[in-house]
Design a protein around this ligand. Sequence first.
Ligand code: AMP
Ligand code: MG
Length: 339
Amino acid sequence: MFIIYIDDRKEVLNLLWFKKSKDNFPIIKCSYMLGTIINLKVYGENAAKGIDKSLKRIQEIDDKMSVFKEDSEVSKINKNAGVCLQRVSKDTYYVLETSLKYSDMSKGAFDPTIRPLVDVWGFGRGVERVPNKEKIEYALKLVSYKEISLNKDEKSIGLNNKDQSIDLGAVAKGFAADETRDILLKNNVKSAVIDLGGNIFTLGSNLNGDPWRIGIQDPVKPTGTYMGIISVRNKSIVTSGNYERFFISRGKRYHHILDSKTGFPSENGVISVTIISDNSIDGDALSTCAYVMGLENGYKLIQSIPNVDAIFITGNKKIYITDGIKNNFKLVNEEYIVA
Ligand code: AMP
Ligand code: MG
């Protein structure tokens, strides 16, 4: 998923023809954090200040929640698995507590204790390979969100069994996008697009006062090719897709969204789910939930949540859109069929 830059060209023309102030140009800053490319495009006189504060905050979230940083809070929880609870900041506590809400809602399709499984597949460490049966079976036994202990008063989190570990990779970007939005709002920014590796939040309207137009990535085409467009203001748009992280072994594609029942990448016909919601932490968790739950159960779940919508794409090029966003979605690739 990405932002369509047609609007930018219009802005440049406006500026040249009507001599608008420099505030009509956005400040755009890119960075690499949370294991992905961060792109902030912010308008207005407080743009630079808002961006600086936001990037610091995203770094702080990465430092607390990364599984790759030895002294992150998540790594400390993981090191103490089967031993004791670990005191954490209110950020990590909140993200884990929210994750557990979605684990319950999806009956474990979404599970933050997925880490041992992600690890045997080698995702995120650059050593991806198809693991042997024994490794998958051992890792699968460790995946159980019900084996997390929480102490709300102390803000501490623990894993009940040795070798268990937590992975917040499916929600941390969503939380960071919400925090960025809040910082920009506090700094009086009225218009921005926050893009944390495809976890997008659209703040306010574009320069013309129109909704932001967001392209939905064609899951089988090169990055940047969109198959549909939605127009939104103040919404989070998050996609989970099989094209985001994957490797190919013996001609078969293996992607990073794992089915906590089989131990293999989720295969149920769905190849991409986009969630449109008010908060990105919910969109991020729900895109992973719905991907693993599949079309029938995932669609039912999203329809049942107020102010949350979804666009499901299946491998046979069918698109399933929940009621709230149906009239907003504009198909631009006729190979796809809206079911
Ligand atoms: P996303 O791209 O938001 O769907 O998140 C995928 C990431 O979340 C993966 O890279 C893993 O770190 C983690 N993950 C994979 N499968 C699951 C799952 N079933 N439940 C929770 N997190 C998962
Ligand atoms: Mg997610």
